[in-house]
Design a protein around this ligand. Structure first.
Ligand code: PAF
Length: 282
């Protein structure tokens, strides 16, 4: 495994590769990221010019002024140790390498980017999509893998790649969870012990909603409202709990069978995201 920090070094290293699978990350890797690497590895054959690249870059463009950019955990040495043997190249650029001049060109996104995460974090998806497009142009992979944990992000990336005609297959990796069900996230380490115990309630709430829908509940507004109230009653600050179509992330329509429930809520100073897919039988 080679760790490179410049675009020039990366291009040299990848020059003879016939198939590249790419996992973009912000580092502080956990088992969820390693599962994305596993999917990347499965998608390109080693020894046939196949190569797996992971990037580690905490992208300032996708953090708002009052967000955790400064305190976001940066653990490059530990991350590289975790990736050893699973990836061929780690691309860990500096901010200056990615943004040698002020970034004034951005990806303009569909209006879904202003809802849910986008409503609370204005500009987040614009910064995320812009860096992802830059990374895809730098690495030029055939396959790129993103986690379903960030479901709205994955949807926006799929739209960007399709509508901008990038010749890249986007693979969505299932959310990896702790034994009690909490979705793995680099931000879980901000939770106090008591908050960590409570954190599982978010996923339990989504599981309850899923079961209700599978059992025939169709009053989506009421379900969403009840979930928010249940979270608030236990001390959460609930931002949204939304039942959407998987296909376009618009409000769930009666004709759609494949739904997803997405939620964001904070415990203390820690903001948690989760989602669960619901597929109705035909
Ligand atoms: O999901 C993430 O870790 C980031 O949003 C990504 C895709 C690496 C872009 O910075």
């Amino acid at each position: 495994m080679q760790v490179v920090s410049t675009i020039a070094e990366l291009r040299t290293r990848l020059a003879d590769k016939r198939a590249i699978a790419f996992v973009p990350t912000m580092g502080n890797l956990h088992a969820g990221h390693l599962d994305l690497v596993r999917l990347a590895r499965e998608s390109v054959a080693r020894g046939h010019g196949g190569c797996v690249v992971a990037s580690i870059f905490v992208n300032p463009l996708q953090f708002g002024p009052n967000e955790d950019f400064d305190k976001y955990p940066r653990t490059l040495d530990a991350d590289c140790a975790r990736l050893e043997g699973s990836v061929d190249v780690v691309f860990a650029p500096s901010i200056n390498e990615m943004y040698p001049a002020q970034q004034t060109v951005f990806v303009e996104l569909p209006t879904i980017a202003n809802e849910m995460e986008g409503a609370t974090r204005p500009g987040h998806f614009r910064g995320m999509a812009t860096v992802v497009l830059k990374l895809l142009n730098i690495v030029q992979p055939q396959v790129a893998v993103f986690g379903k944990k960030d479901y709205q992000q994955l949807h926006i990336i799929r739209q960007m790649v399709a509508q901008l005609n990038l010749p890249i297959r986007i693979v969505g990796g299932e959310t990896v969870r702790a034994a009690d069900g909490l979705a793995l996230s680099s931000r879980n380490q901000y939770l106090s012990q008591a908050e960590r115990g409570e954190a599982i309630f978010l996923y339990q709430t989504l599981q309850g909603m899923r079961l209700a829908i599978l059992q025939g509940e169709r009053d989506i507004e009421r379900l969403q409202q009840q979930a928010v109230e249940a979270l608030v009653a236990r001390g959460w600050r609930a931002e949204y709990v939304a039942v959407r179509n998987q296909s376009d992330l618009q409000a769930a329509s009666q004709s759609q069978r494949d739904l997803v429930i997405l939620a964001a809520a904070s415990l203390g100073n820690t903001r948690l995201l989760d989602n669960i897919e619901v597929c109705l039988a035909d």
